[in-house]
Design a protein around this ligand. Structure first.
Ligand code: NAG
Ligand code: NAG
Ligand code: NAG
Ligand code: ZN
Length: 412
């Protein structure tokens, strides 16, 4: 009797591990047919922090201590990746534009240095072709509206440099959009969502064919954009608020609007956004996929791991090589091939194509932000009607007054 039970358990064991192998194999097959396109990876930030962007000093085949390197990307069957051109909020009103340019540059140079692995792409068609060639289709996302320094020309030139999404804020307000910290009470609302100038930026992004990313913004900003944008939007790295009440996550009411507008939420793997604690596992991440699928449909999903931008990751998803295990878990949860492929990349490609369709060659918005709305000591006023600040630092004025006084006293 006991012996029989052992044999039964043994067979059960073999069977379940053999079905685990089957799910994994099916995941790999699907990932070879449809590119896994991830919405957010901070490897460029690691390159800045560790090497000051000196690619000559690093071999991405051997890079160690990061979540991302070339062998891990290959093992993870990554088909397309948005590399983040991120610069922290403390560069706002200082050198955010230059810092962002450096990150855009290092992404381009990374693609040039490893042409066998990366192919830079700027359109949905190029993305699909790069995947067919066996390359990681590489795209650029700028994380944080502070990177454009309240300036449409900078936004347009970013597009020309290959940037295909801009996250409207990082974790700070810009002069034209509120960030998620407004919803925690840690920041004060300055624009009640989007300001009038913020609305112009949305329309200009539509005109350019630039994807709007709502990760990191306040709920009111999400609502304003979802109402205004002609093209669908993405959340490049955010999870479901109902499962973890972190304000970086997306509440149900927004999930439903995103679905209606044809956008997607690319699920973030950061433990704090997955379980609202320091511990999480692969199954907890799969719960977010299940949940968003339940509330907003499989058409509203994508992957946005946030690798190399976060300090803790779920057990079973330690680096980018583990994506196929997550895909296998979705299959184990009875996701159909169609649903899995949608989440892998078909949904994102649909969004990208729609954004491209709204592209227009009209000449664009050329109204500058009202000067007084940019609280930037360093900003000169050239071009503005009243020639505010006129390029000469205000500190000169007291100096001149003092000199005049001195001269007066000396002469008297
Ligand atoms: C990674 O770093 C560790 C310790 O620094 C080292 O022992 C190991 O050999 C490195 N691995 C590779 C692949 O370079
Ligand atoms: C994952 O963690 C959850 C708790 O968040 C736990 O209930 C579950 O058993 C874990 N699953 C695995 C496969 O470890
Ligand atoms: C925009 O493109 C259309 C068709 O591609 C063309 O007919 C039109 O002249 C263009 N307009 C401008 C301002 O370039
Ligand atoms: Zn982020």
């Amino acid at each position: 009797m006991i012996k029989k039970m052992w044999i039964f358990l043994f067979l059960l064991c073999i069977c379940s591990s053999c079905s685990a192998v089957q799910y994994r194999l099916r995941a790999e097959k699907l990932m070879k047919e449809t590119p896994l396109i991830d919405g957010h990876n901070d490897l460029p930030w690691q390159l800045l922090k560790r090497y000051n962007n000196q690619l000559s000093k690093v071999d991405l085949n051997k890079l160690n201590g990061t979540h991302t390197n070339i062998p891990k990307l290959r093992d993870g069957l990554i088909g397309g990746q948005f590399w983040s051109a991120y610069t922290p909020c403390d560069t706002q009103y200082r050198d955010s534009v230059r810092q962002t340019l450096e990150q855009i540059d290092v992404i381009h140079r990374m693609c040039q240095k490893y042409p066998e692995t990366f192919q830079f792409v700027g359109s949905s068609t190029e993305l699909i072709n790069a995947f067919k060639r066996g390359r990681v289709a590489s795209l650029i996302g700028v994380e944080g509206g502070h990177s454009i320094d309240s300036n449409m020309a900078t936004l347009r030139l970013f597009y020309q440099l290959g940037v295909r999404y801009v996250t409207l804020t990082h974790s700070c307000n810009t002069p034209w959009a509120d960030n998620w910290l407004v919803d925690t009470g840690n920041d004060i609302s300055e624009s009640n969502g989007l300001s009038e100038y913020g609305k112009k930026i949305i329309l200009e992004m539509n005109r350019l064919g630039m994807i709007i990313d709502l990760a990191h913004v306040s709920v009111k900003t999400m609502k304003d954009v979802l109402q205004l944008s002609k093209a669908p939007v993405i959340f490049s790295h955010s999870s479901a608020y109902a499962l973890c009440n972190h304000k970086r996550n997306v509440p149900d009411e927004i999930l439903k609007i995103v679905r209606k507008k044809g956008g997607i939420v690319m699920v973030n793997f950061y433990n704090q956004y997955v379980t609202c604690s320091s511990a999480a596992n692969l199954s907890d991440v799969a719960d977010h996929f299940d949940y968003i699928k339940k509330v907003a449909g499989y058409q509203t999903l994508g992957f946005g791991g946030d690798y190399d931008g976060v300090t803790s990751l779920p057990t079973g998803l330690a680096d980018v090589s583990f994506y196929p295990d997550l895909v296998a878990e979705l299959l184990r949860r009875k996701w159909t091939d169609l649903e899995v492929k949608a989440a892998l990349g078909d949904n994102f490609i649909r969004v990208f194509k729609q954004v491209e369709q709204f592209k227009s060659n009209s000449s664009g918005d050329d109204e500058p932000i009202p000067y007084e709305q940019v609280k930037n000591q360093c900003r000169t006023g050239y071009g503005y009607e009243k020639q505010i600040n006129n390029g000469s630092p205000p500190v000169l004025l007291p100096a001149v007054v003092t000199l005049v006084y001195l001269a007066h006293y000396l002469l008297v």
